[in-house]
Design a protein around this ligand. Structure first.
Ligand SMILES: Nc1nc2c(ncn2[C@@H]2O[C@H](COP(=O)(O)OP(=O)(O)OP(=O)(O)O)[C@@H](O)[C@H]2O)c(=O)[nH]1
Ligand SMILES: [Mg+2]
Length: 476
C-alpha cells in the first residue's frame, strides 16, 4: 500500500537528519521532496499546496522540545497533517436508526462494487449483528446478478431475487418492501457500472436514490485506489448528482497510488468509510485516517495488526501454546501453529508493513519470496514428522532424518538445517519467556525473515486490554 510514497517520504526526512533544530532553510529541501512525492502519487495540487503550507507553518512555529530531535518532530507534523487531510476519525455507515437501512453501492465499471457489496454484508452481519439482504440491481449485465448471488451463497448470506426486466428503482423499492416484511435490518443494493460517467447512468442512479429518499439511504461510491485523481473527479460527479454519503477505496492491496486517499475527502467533502484490500470477502478494513498516515510514513499500524490478530487467531490454540511456553517448552507443533496463525493474518509482506520501521527494512530486503519459500519448506518437513518427533525434536537422528527428507521431498541437509534453526528458536523463546516474566519486552522478536519463528508474541493470551481486546500487543 502506497510503497512509492513511503519511500519518497523516507528520503525527504533524511534531509533533516542530524540538524540541530528546525529552521526554514533546514526544511526547505525536505518540503520540496514531500511536495514532489505527493504530486507523483497523483494527489490534487490544491491539496498538496495546502498540505505543504500547513506543515511549514507548524514546523516553524514548533517549540524546540528537549529530547526530541527535529527529524522526529517534523515526521510527527507530517503524520498529523496527512491524517487531517484524509479526514478526522473513522466513520462507518449509520445504522443507528429505526427501520430498514438501504445502502446503495455506486461507481464506474469494474471498480469493485459487487465485491465490496459482499464484503460489507459479511462485516455488518458479523460485526454489527445485522440481518442483511443483498440485492442485485445491475440490469445492464445480467451475469452480475449471478456474481452477487454466488458471493451471497458462499457466505450463507440472504439475497433478493431481483426482476432484472424492471427498472433498478423498482428493484430497490421491491427489495425494501421484502426486507421490511422479512425482518431485515439492512439492504445492500449493488448497481451497474459504466466505463465513464455518462448521463444515462447518472440519471438511473438518481432515480434509484430518489425512490429511496424516504429511507434516507447511504450512498457509497466504490473507487479503485490505483486510479488516483481520476477517482476524485468521478467522486465529484457522483456527489453532485446523487449526494454521496461515503466513498470506499478498493484494491488498496494493489499498487494504490495515494492520490485518491489523500484528495477525495478534501476535494469533495465526502468521507472515506472503508478500504477494500483484496479479493476475498474478509479483506475489508475501516478507513482510519490516522492509522493510514502511520502506514504511509512507515510508522506501522500496530493497532490494526492487533485487531486483525484478534479476529483470526484461535484463542484456544494461543492459550495452549502459552501454557507450554510458560513451562519453558516450545515444540515443533507449537511452531507449526504459529506459522498457521501468521498465514491467517496475511502475507509476510503485509504483516511486516504494519510493524513500525519494518517497511523500510522490507524495501532493503526487496524480495520476500525466498523467506516465504523457506516457510513452505519448513511446513512440508514438519508434515513428514511424527507426533512424537514434533513434541520432542531431539529424537530426530540419522535414520529419521533420511525418512523425513524422503517423505517431504527435501534433502537431508535441508532437514538438518531446519532442526538447527528450530534449536535456535527454542533458545530464543526461552530467553523471551524470561524477559516476559521480568516484565521487559523486546521489540519485534522474530529476527530477520528467513529464519523467523513466526511472531511469537501473537500467542500471548494476556489479560484483556482496556478496550476489551483479548490480546496484548507486547511483542510488537
Ligand atoms: N486485488 C483486489 N481486487 C479486487 C478488489 N475488489 C475487487 N477486486 C477485483 O476487481 C474485479 C472487479 O470487481 P467487481 O466487484 O466485479 O467490480 P464491479 O464494480 O462490480 O464491476 P461491474 O459490475 O462490472 O461494474 C474483480 O476481479 C474483483 O475480484 C480489491 O480490493 N483488491
Ligand atoms: Mg458489479
Amino acid at each position: 500500500m502506497f510503497d512509492n510514497l513511503s519511500e519518497k517520504f523516507a528520503d525527504a526526512f533524511k534531509n533533516i537528519q542530524g540538524k540541530g533544530k528546525i529552521s526554514e532553510s533546514n526544511i526547505e529541501d525536505a518540503l520540496k521532496q514531500v511536495r514532489t512525492a505527493l504530486l507523483e502519487a497523483d494527489v490534487n495540487f490544491k491539496v498538496v499546496k495546502q498540505f505543504i503550507n500547513a506543515v511549514k507553518e507548524k514546523s516553524l512555529g514548533e517549540k524546540v522540545i528537549t529530547g526530541v530531535n527535529p527529524e522526529e518532530q517534523f515526521i510527527k507534523i507530517v503524520n498529523d497533517e496527512l491524517a487531517t487531510i484524509m479526514g478526522t476519525a473513522n466513520e462507518e455507515v449509520n445504522l443507528d436508526r429505526t427501520g430498514v437501512v438501504p445502502i446503495l453501492i455506486v461507481g464506474l465499471n469494474g471498480q469493485g462494487k459487487t465485491t465490496f457489496s459482499g464484503k460489507l454484508s459479511l462485516h455488518l452481519t458479523k460485526k454489527k449483528n445485522k440481518k442483511v439482504l443483498l440485492v442485485p440491481a445491475d440490469t445492464f449485465r445480467p451475469a452480475a446478478k449471478d456474481q452477487l448471488i454466488t458471493l451471497a451463497k458462499s457466505m450463507e448470506m440472504d439475497w433478493f431475487d431481483s426482476d432484472l426486466s424492471t427498472h433498478p428503482k423498482t428493484i430497490a423499492t421491491d427489495a425494501m418492501a421484502f426486507a421490511k416484511e422479512n425482518g431485515f435490518d439492512v439492504v445492500i443494493i449493488d448497481t451497474a457500472g459504466r466505463l465513464h460517467v455518462d448521463v444515462e447512468l447518472m440519471e438511473q442512479i438518481k432515480e434509484v436514490r430518489e425512490s429511496l429518499a424516504s429511507f434516507d439511504p447511504e450512498v457509497l461510491m466504490v473507487a479503485d485506489a490505483m486510479t488516483g485523481q481520476e477517482a476524485v473527479n468521478v467522486a465529484k460527479s457522483f456527489h453532485e448528482t446523487v449526494n454521496l454519503t461515503g466513498v470506499v477505496l478498493s484494491k488498496m492491496d494493489s499498487d494504490a497510488r495515494g492520490g485518491a486517499a489523500l484528495s477525495i475527502r478534501h476535494v469533495t467533502g465526502v468521507p472515506i468509510k472503508y478500504i477494500s484490500t483484496g479479493e476475498k470477502m474478509k479483506d475489508l478494513e475501516l478507513f482510519h485516517p490516522d492509522r493510514l498516515a502511520g502506514r504511509i510514513l512507515d510508522m506501522g499500524d500496530v493497532v490494526s495488526l492487533v485487531e486483525k490478530a484478534e479476529e483470526v487467531i484461535d484463542q484456544k490454540d494461543a492459550e495452549d501454546m502459552m501454557k507450554n511456553l510458560e513451562k519453558g517448552k516450545f515444540t515443533v507443533e507449537d511452531f507449526l501453529k504459529q506459522m498457521d496463525m501468521m498465514k491467517n493474518l496475511g502475507s509476510m509482506g503485509s504483516i511486516l508493513k504494519m510493524i513500525p520501521g519494518m517497511g523500510g527494512m522490507m524495501r532493503q530486503i526487496g524480495d520476500l519470496s525466498p523467506a516465504e519459500d523457506e516457510m513452505t519448506r519448513m511446513r512440508v518437513i514438519i508434515n513428514s514428522m511424527t507426533k512424537k518427533e514434533r513434541q520432542d525434536y531431539k529424537v530426530v537422528k540419522e535414520s529419521r532424518i533420511t525418512r523425513i527428507a524422503g517423505g517431504s521431498g527435501t534433502t537431508e541437509s535441508q532437514v538438518k538445517d531446519f532442526l538447527a534453526k528450530f534449536r535456535q528458536m527454542e533458545k530464543m523463546m526461552g530467553g523471551m519467556m524470561q524477559m516476559m516474566k521480568g516484565g521487559g519486552m523486546p521489540g519485534m522478536a522474530g529476527g530477520a525473515p528467513g529464519g523467523m519463528p513466526g511472531m511469537p508474541g501473537m500467542g500471548k493470551p494476556k489479560k484483556p486490554r482496556k478496550k476489551g481486546g483479548k490480546w496484548g500487543g507486547g511483542f510488537f
